[in-house]
Design a protein around this ligand. Structure first.
Ligand code: FES
Length: 193
């Protein structure tokens, strides 16, 4: 799946998209300089005594991280990875559902990825994948279950926010994590782990 330009600009910043097109590719220098999180320069309007002025600002953007190969995925067998960093609450899972899903990539649009932390009070969802329902849960704390075919929407339980979905991109056989939909539990900003 290739996200549209507007979405990529939101995730990566307009400067990065202009330079790299729709590929979200980060260069090695940016990666090393920012410990895995790219930066982009944007112009921000600031009010001064003369009126509004445009000033440059640097904002953090999501890393592009290879998390697996499409040909190696087996239906209903999740693969764990960390994203967008290796800090707390970054544990996530990549899975081929065998059923078309919102945000899914691959020929059958059935490969998706989600953060493992319950949006209610941070319960761990590792090991709770339900192949029959294509869901994560029930959460061990208050039993919320999330639908992985519908952008992590909660099916039942105490949570009222969807599970954050990792935005995926396919490059040949390689699967990359390139952004996120939704806020990771315990963070005020997904990029501030
Ligand atoms: S922490 Fe998961 S349902 Fe409460």
């Amino acid at each position: 799946m290739t996200p549209d330009t507007g979405l990529l600009e939101t995730i990566n910043g307009p400067e990065e998209v202009r330079k790299k097109g729709k590929s979200c590719v980060m260069n090695r220098r940016s990666f090393l300089l920012t410990s895995g999180i790219a930066t982009a320069s944007v112009m921000v309007a600031v009010r001064t005594s003369e009126g509004l002025a445009q000033v440059p600002a640097v904002v953090a953007t999501y890393p592009r991280k290879k998390i697996g190969k499409l040909s190696e995925l087996k239906t209903d067998q999740p693969i764990d990875f960390n994203y967008p960093d290796d800090s707390v609450y970054s544990e996530s899972m990549l899975v081929k559902l065998g059923r078309e899903a919102g945000g899914g990539i691959g020929a059958d649009k059935d490969v998706v990825a989600f953060n493992y932390t319950c949006t209610h009070q941070g319960g761990p969802l590792q090991g709770t994948y339900q192949a029959a329902d294509k869901a994560l849960g029930p959460c061990p704390l208050h039993l919320t279950t999330f639908d992985l075919t519908r952008h992590g929407m909660f099916i039942s339980g105490q949570a009222y926010q969807s599970l954050p979905q990792v935005l995926l991109e396919l490059d040949g056989d390689d699967i990359y994590a390139v952004g996120m939909f939704g806020l990771i539990y315990g963070r005020y900003d997904n990029l501030q782990g």
